[in-house]
Design a protein around this ligand. Structure first.
Ligand SMILES: Nc1ncnc2c1ncn2[C@@H]1O[C@H](COP(=O)(O)OP(=O)(O)O)[C@@H](O)[C@H]1O
Ligand SMILES: [Mg+2]
Length: 255
Protein backbone atom coordinates (compact mmCIF):
# COMPACT_ATOMS: atom_id res chain seq x y z
CA UNK A 1 0.00 0.00 0.00
CA UNK A 2 1.35 3.40 -1.01
CA UNK A 3 1.88 5.93 1.76
CA UNK A 4 2.24 9.70 1.52
CA UNK A 5 4.06 11.00 4.55
CA UNK A 6 4.27 14.68 5.37
CA UNK A 7 6.53 15.51 8.27
CA UNK A 8 6.99 18.92 9.93
CA UNK A 9 6.42 20.78 6.65
CA UNK A 10 7.23 24.49 6.67
CA UNK A 11 6.41 26.66 3.65
CA UNK A 12 6.83 30.35 2.90
CA UNK A 13 5.59 32.66 0.13
CA UNK A 14 6.92 36.00 -1.06
CA UNK A 15 4.26 38.69 -0.83
CA UNK A 16 4.73 42.46 -0.91
CA UNK A 17 8.52 42.10 -0.75
CA UNK A 18 8.27 40.14 2.46
CA UNK A 19 8.63 36.46 3.23
CA UNK A 20 5.62 35.06 5.00
CA UNK A 21 5.54 31.67 6.67
CA UNK A 22 2.25 29.99 5.80
CA UNK A 23 2.76 26.35 6.79
CA UNK A 24 4.20 26.02 10.25
CA UNK A 25 4.88 22.35 10.72
CA UNK A 26 2.34 20.05 9.06
CA UNK A 27 2.35 16.36 9.98
CA UNK A 28 0.08 14.03 8.05
CA UNK A 29 0.14 10.47 6.74
CA UNK A 30 -2.25 9.32 4.01
CA UNK A 31 -2.34 5.69 2.92
CA UNK A 32 -3.81 4.18 -0.21
CA UNK A 33 -7.43 3.28 0.51
CA UNK A 34 -7.93 5.95 3.18
CA UNK A 35 -10.04 9.11 2.89
CA UNK A 36 -8.87 12.12 4.88
CA UNK A 37 -10.69 15.43 5.05
CA UNK A 38 -8.75 18.61 5.78
CA UNK A 39 -11.07 21.31 6.99
CA UNK A 40 -10.44 24.76 8.29
CA UNK A 41 -11.12 28.46 8.11
CA UNK A 42 -10.27 30.51 5.03
CA UNK A 43 -6.66 31.58 4.98
CA UNK A 44 -5.47 28.79 7.29
CA UNK A 45 -3.14 27.39 4.61
CA UNK A 46 -5.09 24.49 3.12
CA UNK A 47 -4.47 25.45 -0.50
CA UNK A 48 -0.85 26.23 0.32
CA UNK A 49 -0.47 22.62 1.42
CA UNK A 50 -1.98 21.45 -1.90
CA UNK A 51 0.24 23.77 -3.97
CA UNK A 52 3.34 22.76 -2.03
CA UNK A 53 2.63 19.08 -2.67
CA UNK A 54 2.06 19.92 -6.35
CA UNK A 55 5.47 21.60 -6.58
CA UNK A 56 4.15 25.08 -7.40
CA UNK A 57 7.18 27.42 -7.76
CA UNK A 58 5.61 30.23 -5.68
CA UNK A 59 5.81 28.13 -2.54
CA UNK A 60 9.20 27.65 -0.90
CA UNK A 61 9.71 24.62 1.32
CA UNK A 62 11.84 25.81 4.23
CA UNK A 63 11.68 22.69 6.37
CA UNK A 64 10.31 19.20 6.76
CA UNK A 65 9.88 16.25 4.42
CA UNK A 66 7.31 14.77 2.05
CA UNK A 67 7.76 11.19 0.89
CA UNK A 68 5.73 8.76 -1.18
CA UNK A 69 6.72 5.22 -0.29
CA UNK A 70 9.94 6.59 1.09
CA UNK A 71 10.81 8.51 -2.10
CA UNK A 72 11.47 12.23 -1.66
CA UNK A 73 8.54 13.99 -3.35
CA UNK A 74 10.05 17.45 -2.87
CA UNK A 75 12.98 16.47 -5.11
CA UNK A 76 10.64 15.40 -7.91
CA UNK A 77 9.57 17.53 -10.87
CA UNK A 78 5.84 18.07 -11.35
CA UNK A 79 5.82 15.31 -14.00
CA UNK A 80 7.68 12.91 -11.77
CA UNK A 81 5.14 13.48 -9.01
CA UNK A 82 2.33 12.51 -11.38
CA UNK A 83 4.22 9.42 -12.56
CA UNK A 84 4.88 8.43 -8.95
CA UNK A 85 1.11 8.34 -8.45
CA UNK A 86 0.24 11.74 -7.01
CA UNK A 87 -2.81 13.51 -8.37
CA UNK A 88 -3.52 17.12 -7.50
CA UNK A 89 -6.71 18.94 -8.34
CA UNK A 90 -6.35 22.64 -7.69
CA UNK A 91 -8.93 25.05 -6.31
CA UNK A 92 -8.34 27.29 -9.35
CA UNK A 93 -7.32 25.05 -12.29
CA UNK A 94 -5.52 26.71 -15.22
CA UNK A 95 -6.76 26.99 -18.79
CA UNK A 96 -4.77 25.20 -21.48
CA UNK A 97 -5.69 26.92 -24.75
CA UNK A 98 -5.39 24.76 -27.85
CA UNK A 99 -5.39 21.47 -25.95
CA UNK A 100 -8.61 19.47 -25.96
CA UNK A 101 -9.81 17.52 -22.95
CA UNK A 102 -9.50 14.36 -25.00
CA UNK A 103 -5.84 14.99 -25.95
CA UNK A 104 -4.96 16.19 -22.50
CA UNK A 105 -6.33 13.04 -20.89
CA UNK A 106 -4.58 10.72 -23.33
CA UNK A 107 -1.26 12.55 -22.95
CA UNK A 108 -1.59 12.38 -19.16
CA UNK A 109 -2.50 8.70 -19.23
CA UNK A 110 0.45 7.99 -21.53
CA UNK A 111 2.85 9.79 -19.22
CA UNK A 112 1.55 8.00 -16.15
CA UNK A 113 1.15 4.49 -17.59
CA UNK A 114 4.44 4.67 -19.47
CA UNK A 115 2.77 3.77 -22.79
CA UNK A 116 -0.03 5.19 -24.89
CA UNK A 117 -3.37 3.52 -24.14
CA UNK A 118 -4.73 1.60 -27.15
CA UNK A 119 -6.88 4.12 -28.97
CA UNK A 120 -10.10 2.11 -29.28
CA UNK A 121 -10.07 0.95 -25.70
CA UNK A 122 -9.17 4.43 -24.56
CA UNK A 123 -12.03 6.09 -26.42
CA UNK A 124 -14.41 3.61 -24.83
CA UNK A 125 -12.92 4.14 -21.38
CA UNK A 126 -13.26 7.92 -21.65
CA UNK A 127 -16.78 7.71 -23.00
CA UNK A 128 -17.96 5.47 -20.18
CA UNK A 129 -16.31 7.59 -17.51
CA UNK A 130 -17.94 10.71 -18.98
CA UNK A 131 -21.34 9.04 -18.98
CA UNK A 132 -20.97 8.15 -15.31
CA UNK A 133 -20.33 11.84 -14.61
CA UNK A 134 -23.31 12.97 -16.72
CA UNK A 135 -20.99 14.79 -19.13
CA UNK A 136 -21.95 15.57 -22.71
CA UNK A 137 -19.64 13.78 -25.21
CA UNK A 138 -18.86 17.14 -26.89
CA UNK A 139 -17.04 18.13 -23.71
CA UNK A 140 -14.06 15.98 -24.79
CA UNK A 141 -13.40 18.34 -27.71
CA UNK A 142 -13.31 21.52 -25.68
CA UNK A 143 -10.07 23.17 -24.61
CA UNK A 144 -9.00 22.31 -21.08
CA UNK A 145 -10.67 24.61 -18.55
CA UNK A 146 -11.37 27.29 -21.20
CA UNK A 147 -14.72 28.82 -20.33
CA UNK A 148 -15.57 25.87 -18.08
CA UNK A 149 -18.21 26.56 -15.49
CA UNK A 150 -17.39 25.73 -11.89
CA UNK A 151 -19.28 22.45 -12.19
CA UNK A 152 -17.52 21.51 -15.45
CA UNK A 153 -14.10 22.12 -13.91
CA UNK A 154 -14.90 19.84 -11.02
CA UNK A 155 -16.39 17.11 -13.20
CA UNK A 156 -13.26 17.32 -15.37
CA UNK A 157 -11.14 16.76 -12.26
CA UNK A 158 -13.11 13.70 -11.27
CA UNK A 159 -12.90 12.44 -14.85
CA UNK A 160 -9.10 12.69 -14.62
CA UNK A 161 -9.17 10.99 -11.25
CA UNK A 162 -11.19 8.05 -12.60
CA UNK A 163 -9.05 7.64 -15.72
CA UNK A 164 -5.57 8.26 -14.31
CA UNK A 165 -6.05 6.08 -11.22
CA UNK A 166 -3.47 7.74 -8.95
CA UNK A 167 -2.27 6.27 -5.65
CA UNK A 168 -2.87 9.46 -3.73
CA UNK A 169 -5.33 12.16 -4.81
CA UNK A 170 -5.42 15.64 -3.35
CA UNK A 171 -8.65 17.50 -4.08
CA UNK A 172 -8.72 21.16 -3.11
CA UNK A 173 -12.25 22.56 -2.66
CA UNK A 174 -13.75 20.12 -5.13
CA UNK A 175 -17.12 21.04 -3.64
CA UNK A 176 -16.90 24.80 -4.04
CA UNK A 177 -19.34 26.37 -6.47
CA UNK A 178 -21.30 23.18 -7.09
CA UNK A 179 -25.07 22.99 -6.99
CA UNK A 180 -26.61 20.02 -5.19
CA UNK A 181 -26.87 17.82 -8.31
CA UNK A 182 -23.27 18.46 -9.38
CA UNK A 183 -22.09 17.91 -5.81
CA UNK A 184 -23.80 14.52 -5.76
CA UNK A 185 -22.33 13.46 -9.12
CA UNK A 186 -18.84 14.59 -8.16
CA UNK A 187 -19.13 12.87 -4.77
CA UNK A 188 -20.30 9.65 -6.40
CA UNK A 189 -17.20 9.81 -8.63
CA UNK A 190 -14.94 10.20 -5.62
CA UNK A 191 -16.74 7.34 -3.89
CA UNK A 192 -16.37 5.06 -6.94
CA UNK A 193 -12.65 5.68 -6.97
CA UNK A 194 -12.54 5.14 -3.25
CA UNK A 195 -14.34 1.80 -3.47
CA UNK A 196 -11.49 0.41 -5.55
CA UNK A 197 -9.45 0.68 -2.35
CA UNK A 198 -6.50 1.75 -4.46
CA UNK A 199 -6.59 5.49 -3.95
CA UNK A 200 -5.81 7.48 -0.84
CA UNK A 201 -7.74 10.74 -0.88
CA UNK A 202 -7.01 14.05 0.77
CA UNK A 203 -10.20 16.05 0.52
CA UNK A 204 -9.59 19.72 1.31
CA UNK A 205 -12.72 21.68 2.08
CA UNK A 206 -13.99 24.67 3.96
CA UNK A 207 -17.58 23.44 4.09
CA UNK A 208 -18.95 20.31 5.71
CA UNK A 209 -21.69 19.64 3.13
CA UNK A 210 -19.58 17.39 0.84
CA UNK A 211 -19.00 15.17 3.86
CA UNK A 212 -22.67 14.19 3.79
CA UNK A 213 -21.86 12.35 0.55
CA UNK A 214 -18.28 11.29 1.21
CA UNK A 215 -17.68 9.89 4.68
CA UNK A 216 -14.05 10.45 5.60
CA UNK A 217 -12.11 7.95 7.68
CA UNK A 218 -10.17 10.81 9.26
CA UNK A 219 -10.88 14.51 9.72
CA UNK A 220 -8.17 17.10 10.40
CA UNK A 221 -8.79 20.69 11.37
CA UNK A 222 -6.32 23.11 9.86
CA UNK A 223 -5.60 26.32 11.70
CA UNK A 224 -2.85 28.88 11.22
CA UNK A 225 -0.65 26.67 9.07
CA UNK A 226 -0.84 23.42 10.95
CA UNK A 227 -3.19 20.64 11.98
CA UNK A 228 -4.85 21.71 15.21
CA UNK A 229 -6.96 18.61 15.79
CA UNK A 230 -7.52 15.19 14.21
CA UNK A 231 -10.35 12.75 14.66
CA UNK A 232 -12.88 10.57 12.89
CA UNK A 233 -15.99 11.52 10.92
CA UNK A 234 -17.61 12.76 14.14
CA UNK A 235 -15.22 15.73 14.14
CA UNK A 236 -16.87 16.95 10.92
CA UNK A 237 -20.27 16.83 12.65
CA UNK A 238 -18.89 18.91 15.47
CA UNK A 239 -17.55 21.47 12.97
CA UNK A 240 -20.90 21.55 11.20
CA UNK A 241 -22.57 22.47 14.49
CA UNK A 242 -19.96 24.71 16.03
CA UNK A 243 -18.03 26.20 13.08
CA UNK A 244 -14.34 27.08 13.28
CA UNK A 245 -14.59 29.68 16.02
CA UNK A 246 -12.66 27.54 18.48
CA UNK A 247 -9.79 27.35 15.98
CA UNK A 248 -9.48 30.99 14.93
CA UNK A 249 -7.30 33.21 17.08
CA UNK A 250 -9.60 36.22 16.89
CA UNK A 251 -12.72 34.11 17.22
CA UNK A 252 -15.75 34.58 15.06
CA UNK A 253 -13.90 35.89 12.02
CA UNK A 254 -13.91 32.60 10.14
CA UNK A 255 -15.58 33.32 6.81
N1 LIG B 1 0.75 32.93 -3.72
C1 LIG B 1 0.54 33.62 -2.58
N2 LIG B 1 1.00 34.87 -2.45
C2 LIG B 1 0.78 35.56 -1.30
N3 LIG B 1 0.13 35.08 -0.25
C3 LIG B 1 -0.35 33.84 -0.32
C4 LIG B 1 -0.17 33.05 -1.49
N4 LIG B 1 -0.76 31.84 -1.29
C5 LIG B 1 -1.28 31.89 -0.05
N5 LIG B 1 -1.03 33.09 0.54
C6 LIG B 1 -1.46 33.49 1.87
O1 LIG B 1 -1.35 32.37 2.71
C7 LIG B 1 -2.44 32.27 3.61
C8 LIG B 1 -3.13 30.92 3.42
O2 LIG B 1 -3.80 30.89 2.15
P1 LIG B 1 -4.43 29.56 1.56
O3 LIG B 1 -3.41 28.50 1.59
O4 LIG B 1 -5.04 29.91 0.24
O5 LIG B 1 -5.56 29.25 2.64
P2 LIG B 1 -6.91 28.41 2.53
O6 LIG B 1 -6.83 27.54 1.32
O7 LIG B 1 -6.95 27.63 3.81
O8 LIG B 1 -8.03 29.39 2.47
C9 LIG B 1 -3.33 33.48 3.31
O9 LIG B 1 -2.99 34.48 4.22
C10 LIG B 1 -2.93 33.86 1.91
O10 LIG B 1 -3.12 35.22 1.68
MG1 LIG C 1 -8.05 27.27 -0.37
Amino acid sequence: MATLEIHDLHVTVEADNATKEILKGVDLTVKQGETHAIMGPNGSGKSTLAYSLAGHPKYTITGGTVTLDGEDVLEMSVDERARAGLFLAMQYPVEIPGVSVSNFLRTSATAIRGEAPKLRLWVKEVKEAMQRLNMDPSFAERNVNEGFSGGEKKRHEILQLELLKPKIAILDETDSGLDVDALRIVSEGVNRVRETGEVGTLLITHYTRILRYIKPDFVHVFSDGRIAESGGAELADKLENEGYEAYTTKGGVSA
